[in-house]
Write a protein that binds this ligand. Sequence first.
Ligand code: NDP
Length: 239
Amino acid sequence: MDAPVVVITGASSGIGEATARLLAGRGARLVLGARRTDRLEALAGELGGEVRTLTTDVRRREDVAALVDLAVEAFGRLDVVVANAGVSRIGPLDEQTVDDWDAMIDVNLRGVLHAVAAALPVFRAQAAGHLISIVSTSGLKIVPEQVVYAATKNAVRTLSEGLRQEAGPHLRVTAISPGFTATELVDAVEDPELREQYRARMAELGMPADAIARAVAYAMDQPPGVDVGEIVVRPTAQN
Ligand code: NDP
């Protein structure tokens, strides 16, 4: 693909940031969204080249629509959306609140739906496009304390496969399931004891975020008629 135009949500840290770095190094034109605009701008400054940023809260459909519009305005097309923004609220169901569940549903599921709603008309008009969503191995092997998180990720996996079947041959759809990846994801865990447990597991097991960025690049690198539906990338030590 020649200098693809790629929208990445949640590009201010972790997997989204690593993906932006890898793709920028390969000459992609990038449109980066997240809430922490200072981090997005610092990243864009470091990357140089053709990078745009926009303050984006994926819970707001108009923000995600504006991110997609920016890609088309700035670069004339949209080749790939990496729906990466996500949050994790870890804890047993009977200790979590409905607000915890809503937080994950709103970002991890509704946020991806907002990207689908914004990008599909552009992909249809171009007769080409690629939606890459970052799901999780938590959805493949269900474990305690991550139940609603896993449910949101499996909902996106279902969405991805359904979209593939509905959309027709112009659309490529990929769901990437990372295992433990060393990022800021667990910093938001509220229970201090649980947070330290997960931080320790991340430090022991976590892959660099670049491992997932390479999976994104692999899916993008296939010829237009070839769709990589699912990729699972785990640390070798993860059971
Ligand atoms: P980080 O916490 O480092 O990154 C999460 C990103 O999501 C940040 O850029 C954050 O940006 C963004 N984000 C969160 N809420 C919103 C929002 N409402 N609107 C826009 N952006 C938002 O963690 P990771 O890099 O690990 O997470 C990336 C994806 O990978 C997530 O979907 C996560 O579930 C998934 N994943 C991670 C795994 C891991 O072990 N790390 C394993 C499996 C999947 P900001 O706060 O600036 O808005």
